[in-house]
Design a protein around this ligand. Structure first.
Ligand code: F6P
Length: 472
């Protein structure tokens, strides 16, 4: 069987792969993380210059290969083009996007450095699976270096509408870079339609009925593969966590009140200011629920060197103060707001305890919190998921209380509806939701992508005459 090579900007710390903080990509890729798999990416360290030789770390179940990023490259590639240009644009927030030609040139150069460092580690039959917007150019760089392997790409974030993508000066170039992959995976049908529309607008090509797009003689397969979780394992973790002393302390602190929970990275795409405003609206409008609900928002700090993220943190500090100042009682605080991360296991126990899961991003690729919240519930007395229609997860979870997060009144009303929902309806909705989460699992996600990549039978180039030093 061909070896799988995973390429992503972040590579988990080998010691944390199964630890309490393991999450994100590790969860989605669990199925692919089998002995023999190579995971290549940024070490998370900054050095004077970007390295082009990877540092190898062998563990019993995986091999890690990492490179350091030079300080200037970190700023231009990671903070700059990836997170100040692509991130806001792809999340349909063009007013927050900035463009700097020099940053883009460095983004391309860093993608080349990834390809260069990967080159010597590759075997001719490796399946290469590149992840996310930070690394769009890696396939084209590898091809330019004569790599003939099958190479796939998965976009974890949403694909933007063509009119928004058009704002980006090198949009055509990025689309062409994407079309150098053999398989392009997207989270939702909506993303695939938008991608096909953007390619059509840029080059005039139509996607075929079997979802192929041909560019300069090379055909790419465009697949939809929603990222998932292992619902059963997460449920078992939630059940265990609900017995933990911390969960007991949390339940005791509620003093019989219902809990509403939100868990997000502190990112403007997550819609936290609007969510807080909706909670404030709920508290003012539904006086009968005051003192009967506590809202816990866990917000893990993220990308703090980008100014917009710092401003968001200040805004939320301010809003928290004003909500609690206006509504708190001497023995009740309506909003518990934490800007630090808790372990995933403990959070699983909190999800199980929470009567409402509030997931209202303004735009999100998938959102695994929504799926984890569903998986964590007690099926006989489940909580209610309130989910933004702009999260990729909404496409596959129609029985959630779906809301437009820009409609503050609608979100406030949904909180009320969730609180008064009869248990029969909660059970019915939850059973349907759990069915979807179980069917669209992490395992199915990985298998779907790897199967599509394995099916690629026409490597576009002749294999390199001399293979890398680690070649089989
Ligand atoms: O989901 C998008 C994503 O950028 C992932 O690629 C990344 O692992 C995660 O969000 C956290 O972002 P960052 O790596 O910038 O901290």
């Amino acid at each position: 069987m061909a070896r799988l090579v995973i390429v992503s900007n972040r590579v988990p710390d080998p010691s944390e792969r199964t630890g309490p903080r393991a999450g994100g990509l590790v969860v989605g890729l669990a199925e692919a993380l089998v002995p023999g798999t190579l995971w290549f990416g940024w070490s998370g360290r900054r050095a004077e210059t970007t390295s082009t030789t990877a540092k190898m770390t062998e563990t019993p179940d995986l091999t890690y290969a990492t490179i350091d990023l030079g300080e200037a490259d970190y700023r231009a590639f990671y903070l700059g083009f990836a997170n100040s240009t692509l991130w806001p644009l792809f999340h349909m927030m063009p007013s927050l996007a900035v463009f700097d030609r020099a940053d883009y040139a460095i983004y391309r150069r860093v993608n080349d450095a990834f390809a260069e460092a990967l080159l010597t580690l590759l075997r001719p039959d490796d399946l290469i699976w590149v992840h996310d917007y930070q690394l769009i150019g890696v396939a084209a760089s590898l091809r330019a270096r004569g790599v003939a392997n099958r190479i796939g790409f998965f976009l974890h974030i949403p694909f933007p509408a063509p009119a928004v993508l058009d704002i980006l000066p090198p949009a055509r170039e990025l689309l062409a870079s994407l079309l150098a992959y053999d398989v392009i995976g997207l989270q939702t049908n909506r993303d695939r339609t938008l991608f096909a529309d953007a390619v059509h607008a840029a080059f005039g090509y139509q996607m075929t009925p079997d979802h192929r797009i041909t560019h300069q003689g090379h055909s790419a397969q465009i697949i939809v593969a929603p990222v998932g979780i292992d619902a059963q394992a997460f449920n078992a973790m939630a059940v265990r966590a609900s017995q933990r002393v911390e969960t007991r302390r949390m339940i005791d602190s509620l003093a019989g009140r219902a809990l509403m929970i939100g868990v997000d990275r502190l990112d403007y795409t997550k819609g936290l200011p609007a969510r807080f405003e909706a909670y404030e609206r709920f508290l003012s409008r539904y006086a009968e629920h005051r003192r009967k609900l506590s809202f816990l928002q866990i917000a893990a700090p993220s990308r703090e060197e980008v100014e917009r993220y710092r401003a968001l943190r200040e805004e939320l500090d301010h809003k928290t103060g004003s909500i609690n100042g206006a509504f708190s009682d001497f023995d009740w605080v309506p909003l518990r707001y934490m800007t630090r991360t808790l372990g995933r296991t403990l959070i699983a126990g909190f999800y199980r305890t929470a009567r409402i899961g509030l997931v209202t991003p303004l735009r999100d690729g998938m959102n695994l919190v929504a799926k984890e919240y569903i998986a964590a519930q007690n099926p006989l007395d489940p909580g209610v998921l309130i989910l933004s229609i702009f999260a990729g997860a909404a496409e596959g979870l129609p029985e959630a209380l779906l809301v437009n997060p820009f409609d503050i009144d609608a979100v406030a009303e949904a909180v009320h509806a969730a609180l008064v929902m009869p248990v029969d309806e909660r059970i019915e909705r939850h059973a349907a939701l759990l069915g979807h989460v179980t069917a669209e699992s992490a395992q199915v996600y990985c298998q779907r992508f790897v199967a599509a990549l394995t099916r690629v039978t026409h490597p576009p180039l002749v294999p390199r005459a001399t293979s890398g030093k680690n070649a089989a």
